[in-house]
Design a protein. Structure first.
Length: 312
């Protein structure tokens, strides 16, 4: 891609809609600019010094009705723009349930990517064309931002939290990936390439990658190594909730409220178990803050998620 291209190619479903919004705003602002500029010139000419035009008080309808009219008009225009942009943003929020889930870990100064089958890559992301892809992202150190101009997508990636983003790529090719949040001396070099492939090619590509255990597999090992299994395994003597089928369920808490067991809840349960205690259990689970790092959290959460899928 030419680095000087002002309008990068549109390679995702969202990109087309964002471009329409952008073009719409451009046309509208242009029209307002012309209108205001035109009026400015016209009035400037009409009321120039020495011209013979009426300069007295305005007729009544100009003072009231026109004033109300344009105030209401611009208000509705602004509301319409708000509605347009926010529905687009909201639609971009929720990924379809069948989306391919890929994990991204950002750190100074690289993007580490893990695919469902266990394939991993650094500063590169291979995705199938036409399929919904959901990125679950977290950072190891400071705030980064995952930015793919060709997809018109940008999402901050924060330490201590999972952020998500989804897209459906519409054309094959290589597209630049940038970090869009200043994250240290090598920030400008923190980038990579998103490669969109035909679904068959993606399957073939994923199959020949050096196969390691996937995140969930590593999470299972950690689950035992950290002693989680000692309380949560079916055979455990301790009274602790079973984690099978937990992911996505609504969990009743001891304080009477309910919470959706998403990735964020799982990570909070591991780091701050006292914050949201499950109804019917004693708050005996120790905090794993400082014991597990971001990469381990990703593994544990992926493992618990995989338990959910098995039960469904
Ligand atoms: C000492 C026993 C013990 C250990 C060790 C332990 N837990 Fe727990 N865990 C509990 C109990 C009891 C609860 C329910 C009360 C609560 O929410 O704090 C719980 C709650 C949870 C929940 C929320 C469950 C729900 O139904 O909403 C998750 C997730 C969880 N633990 C994961 C883990 C992971 C991962 C580890 C290991 C890193 C771990 N636990 C280690 C006892 C334990
Ligand atoms: Cu960065």
């Amino acid at each position: 891609m030419n680095p000087l291209t002002l309008w990068p190619v549109a390679a995702s479903e969202q990109a087309a809609r964002i471009d329409t919004l952008f073009a719409g705003l451009l046309v509208l602002s242009g029209a307002i600019l012309l209108l205001v500029g035109g009026l400015l010139l016209a009035f400037g000419a009409r009321y120039r010094r020495g011209s013979h035009v009426r300069r007295g008080e305005l007729p009544g309808f100009l003072r009231r009705d026109v004033e109300i009219g344009w105030t209401a008009g611009t208000l509705f225009l602004a509301l319409f723009l708000f509605w347009w942009a926010s529905t687009l943003a909201l639609r971009g929020n929720a990924a379809p349930p069948d989306a391919l889930e890929i994990h991204v870990l950002a750190k100074q100064w690289m993007w580490k990517v893990r695919h469902p089958g266990g394939a991993r890559e650094i500063d590169a992301l291979h995705v199938p064309r036409g399929e919904a892809v959901r990125l679950v992202m977290t950072a190891q150190d400071v705030i980064h931002s995952f930015y793919v101009p060709a997809f018109r997508l940008k999402q901050d990636v924060l330490p201590g939290r999972f952020t998500e983003m989804w897209f459906r790529a519409t054309r094959t090719g290589d597209y630049r990936l940038f970090c869009a949040e200043f994250c240290g001396t090598q920030h400008s070099h923190m980038g990579g390439m998103v490669t969109v492939m035909e679904p068959e090619d993606y399957t073939r590509w994923a199959a020949v990658q050096p196969r390691e255990q996937d995140l969930a597999g590593e999470g299972a090992a950690l689950f035992t190594a950290l002693g989680c299994a000692g309380c949560h395994a079916p055979s455990a003597a301790v009274h602790a909730p079973r984690l099978e089928g937990l992911y996505g369920r609504s969990v009743p808490l001891a304080d009477g409220s309910r919470v959706q067991a998403d990735a964020a809840y799982l990570r909070d349960s591991i780091l701050q178990p006292k914050r949201a205690v499950v109804a019917g259990y004693e708050p005996i689970m120790p905090s794993f803050e400082g014991v597990v790092d971001e990469a381990d959290l990703q593994r544990l959460v992926a493992y618990i998620q995989s338990l959910g899928e098995a039960a469904r």
